[in-house]
Design a protein around this ligand. Structure first.
Ligand code: UDP
Length: 325
């Protein structure tokens, strides 16, 4: 069984490739290496291709008998999406259409899509359920929600079977330290706090202390990247067995505040982390916590890796990666 992993050289995609390969799937990675790393393709065959390049995709589909596609190629920075919406709509929406059309042309009808909690915008209740209102508040979230809607239309018209996974906060790293989270520039909380623990930055900024949460800082639902990878394979197998298109939240159901993350990093690493309180970052809701009961009911998925281990795996990889430069 061969799976085409678009964006398989990136953070989440590479963890999924490793797990797919360990579970006996053939992995073909399509990546333009704009943000990913070629060495992350070691669990599959790398086809260096941009998903916006229809001719290149046609060649990949012609050369391989592909059973399903997983799609991880997206720009993910909320602030950048507001500053450069054209880049986001082009890559996240228009290029996804090119990929879907190449799939349809090749007769591949199973698709797993990386969506996001950002489709909900500022949620009206917590924890968030899949049917809650979708009101994304930035271009990034809108691109993801647009693709979800496109998937529905492709299902109705062309018979596409798809699963959209709405990630909450992906975090942690491969326990074998082969792969981990390395965004350039880094904007995510846990890697930044780890930088502070490693002495690569003086302090970490806490963006806002006046949120409606117990300690005034934002609450987020952190999920280990290997728990996400496991969900993807369950989703794939559900579609392969004839399951219907659907969308699922992927979260733990438990929120941790920015201060709790900083304290956990200090505890796990044994290093002090200096925090500086600063004004809010634009577009951050107070609380984003998932109800993932649907993923459990339909896919039997629940996350099994807790926050200490998320931070411990990230720390182990972070030290190795940052030391290597
Ligand atoms: N955050 C922070 N300082 C930082 C980076 C992030 O206080 O240097 C906060 C951010 O406001 C949010 C939480 O940490 O409440 C998680 O942010 P991240 O960018 O990691 O993920 P997001 O929730 O935006 O996907």
């Amino acid at each position: 069984m061969a799976i085409l992993v678009a964006g398989g050289c990136g953070y989440i995609g590479s963890h999924v490739c490793k797990m797919l390969s360990k579970r006996g799937y053939d992995v073909i990675v399509a990546d333009n290496l704009s943000h990913g790393y070629a060495e992350n393709a070691k669990w599959g065959r790398l086809e260096q291709a941009d998903i916006g390049d229809r001719a290149a995709l046609d060649r990949v589909f012609a050369a391989n008998k592909i059973d399903a596609v997983m799609h991880f190629c997206a720009y993910i920075e909320v602030g950048e999406s507001a500053a450069e919406p054209s880049k986001y709509y082009r890559n996240n929406v228009a290029n996804t259409l090119v990929l879907l059309d190449a799939m349809m042309n090749a007769g591949v009808d199973k698709f797993i899509f990386s969506s996001t909690a950002a489709v909900y915008g500022v949620p009206q209740r917590t924890p968030i359920e899949e049917d809650d209102p979708k009101n994304p508040i930035n271009p990034y979230g809108r691109t993801k929600y647009m693709v979800e809607q496109i998937l529905g239309d492709y299902g109705t018209a062309y018979g596409l079977k798809s699963i959209a996974f709405r990630y909450f906060n992906a975090a942690g790293a491969d326990p074998d330290t082969e792969i981990g989270e390395a965004h350039i520039p880094e904007t995510h909380l846990i890697p930044l706090v780890l930088d502070a623990a490693l002495g690569l930055r003086d302090s970490i900024k806490i963006y806002g202390t006046d949120y409606k949460t117990p300690d005034g800082t934002c609450l987020r639902d952190y999920v280990h990247v290997n728990d996400l990878a496991d969900a993807h394979i369950r989703g794939l197998e559900y579609l392969l067995k004839g399951g219907n298109s659907s969308c699922f939240n992927l979260g733990s159901g438990r929120g941790f505040s920015v201060r709790e993350i900083i304290d956990t990093v200090a505890k796990v690493t044994g290093k002090p982390v200096k925090a500086e309180e600063t004004p809010r970052r634009a577009g951050d809701p107070d609380i984003l916590v998932a109800k993932s009961a649907k993923a459990f009911d339909v896919l039997g998925w629940k996350p099994v890796i807790g926050l200490d281990e998320i931070v411990a795996t990230a720390w182990k990889w972070h030290k190795k990666y940052k030391k290597a430069g």
